[in-house]
Design a protein around this ligand. Structure first.
Ligand code: NAD
Length: 503
């Protein structure tokens, strides 16, 4: 097993600093970031204060003009170079992600880091393809040009569950269109973003185009309120999203909100059983259940429900918990002791509400990792859709199984949550599955698959899962504003009196 002294992660032995205006900045205060598999301190990270927030926004404002006027081919090549550097450092970045977040190394490599590089390449293709338009006005000899311009300085505020990837979701499209950024990753897993900032520097982006601050909610809030920030791109909890929306109202900053979920994963009796079983299992246990799209409400049709639950229990009990760097590990720890406590409270609540915990349900003991924040993979049966465990996002390896028999009621139950992020449908009747998919109030539906992502396919939520889209071409829109420019081509035309308009 690699340890923190592994040469591939020499970065962790260095003094960590903020990245502001192309400089590496120390601050007077720091806090520890923990390895959740051991509970031990992994590194001390500097904490930004208002001075650093002001400096980072100022640096991003200063760099904005240069960056927006940088030739599209140059912006493209820098993004492409950054993608190459991410690939080159894939192993190191994956190890950092494992140590800071706890996830298994295979997932960190294949999802977090590989997708980050792919995403940067996808957006590297866009600067040279963003076109404006000419509007067909009916005035005559008047040119009306439609421009799409970068909105300005973006504050990117991100969560800990896919630490670097969530930054890349925002940074890729924002840089492609010509915005500059102040990035604030989660204080619970900030290290991959700091290493990534070094790669930004190495790639040769002009100073100030990307700035990285570390800190907690107060630094996020300071960015939201900063007058120099023109756009907030946020991923995190629904409750935080609501706070951000309220504070952004003071100066009407546009906001993108990618928030929590409580996704239904619906299995019809006519589904390919093994495929649905694997989809239900992966849908909840991937990333320790700490995924916004976790299929945390499993709707099992009556005839197959018992068999499905039995098999899920068997598989859940077979999950090997361990250090994310150990090759035998299927699942790592939760992000923190506090978060594990929160998840355990949900499980206790389900018991009190009359549901049955049929697998897991408690703290897991893992050999040689007594200080880690491990939790047993948990399956809860006999859940009704109104219970807290079915209505609130748990964000852990906890599956609530709801048995159903009436298809008309199913649609209602699936939609009957505050969230609207994603859903899964398993059936051999594709027409039936598509009809149901059309009626679900969510941003993404997977039919006979679950949790698929691609850089070209937009992703985002509805209802209290937020608004705005990441990935694909739609992810460019939030970072662009349109401008109409009128040019009179008729030299003798006089504006009549004080009128505005067509006369
Ligand atoms: P969180 O809301 O606690 O924190 C997210 C970020 O916001 C952190 O950087 C945090 O420091 C900052 N923050 C906290 N309070 C703030 C405030 N008042 N003002 C400004 N910034 C503030 O979320 P988390 O626990 O880090 O992440 C887990 C959540 O993220 C889950 O709800 C999950 O569903 C959601 N998530 C959603 C998506 C999606 O695409 N919809 C993807 C990943 C995670």
């Amino acid at each position: 097993m690699a340890t923190v002294t592994d040469p591939s992660i020499e970065f962790l032995q260095r003094e960590q600093r903020l990245f502001i205006g192309g400089d590496w900045v120390s601050t007077g205060t720091s806090f520890p970031t923990l390895n959740p598999a051991t509970g031990e301190v992994l590194a001390q990270v500097p904490v930004a204060g208002q001075t650093e927030v002001d400096a980072a926004v100022e640096a991003a404002e200063g760099a904005f003009r240069t960056w927006r006027e940088t030739a599209p081919t140059k912006r493209a090549s820098l993004l492409w170079k950054l993608a190459d550097l991410v690939d080159e450092h894939l192993e190191e970045l994956a190890v950092i992600e494992v140590l800071d977040n706890g996830k298994p190394i295979g997932e960190a490599r294949a999802v977090d880091i590989a997708l980050t590089a792919e995403l940067l390449r996808y957006y590297a293709g866009w600067p040279t393809k963003l076109a404006g338009s000419l509007y067909p006005n009916s005035i005559g000899d008047m040119l009306t040009i439609g421009r799409r311009e970068p909105v300005g300085v973006v504050a990117a505020i991100t969560p800990w569950n896919f630490p670097l990837l969530e930054v890349a979701y925002k940074l890729g499209p924002a840089l492609a269109v010509g915005c500059t950024l102040v990035v604030k990753p989660s204080e619970l897993a900030p290290l991959s973003t700091l290493r990534f900032a070094q790669l930004v520097e190495e790639a040769g982006f002009p100073p100030g185009v990307v700035n990285v601050l570390i800190g907690g909610p107060e630094i996020g809030a300071a960015l939201v309120q900063h007058p120099g920030v023109r756009k907030i791109a946020f991923t995190g909890q629904t409750a935080t999203g609501k706070q951000i929306l309220r504070s952004s109202a003071d100066d009407l900053k546009p906001v993108n909100l990618e928030l929590g979920g409580k996704s239904p994963n619906i299995v019809f009796a006519d589904a390919d059983f093994d495929k649905a079983l694997a989809g239900a299992f992966g849908g909840i246990f991937f990333n320790q259940g700490q995924a916004c799209v976790a299929g945390s409400r499993l709707f099992a049709e009556e005839p197959i429900a018992e068999r499905l639950v039995d098999k899920l229990v068997e598989k859940a009990r077979g999950i090997r918990l361990g250090h994310g760097l150990a090759p035998t590990t299927d699942m790592g720890p939760l992000i923190s002791a506090r978060h594990r406590e929160r998840v355990l409270n949900f499980i206790d609540g389900a018991r009190n509400d009359g549901a049955e915990v049929v697998a897991g349900g408690g703290i897991a003991a893992v050999d040689d990792l007594e200080g880690g924040f491990f939790l047993q993979p948990t399956v809860i049966a006999n859940v009704s859709n109104t219970m807290h465990v079915a209505q609130e996002e748990i964000f852990g390896p906890v599956l609530s199984v709801i048995t159903w028999s009436d298809p008309d009621e199913l649609e209602h139950l699936a939609n009957e949550v505050p969230y609207g992020l994603a859903a899964g449908i398993w059936s051999s009747d594709i027409a039936k599955a598509i009809r149901l998919a059309e009626r679900l109030e969510v941003g993404t539906v997977w039919i006979n698959t679950y949790g698929m992502f691609d850089v070209s396919v937009p992703f985002g939520g509805r209802k209290q899962s937020g608004f705005g889209r990441e990935l694909g071409p739609e992810a460019l829109d939030p970072y662009l504003v349109s401008k109409s420019i009128w040019v009179d081509l008729e030299p003798t035309r006089q504006q009549s009196g004080q009128s505005i308009g067509r006369s």
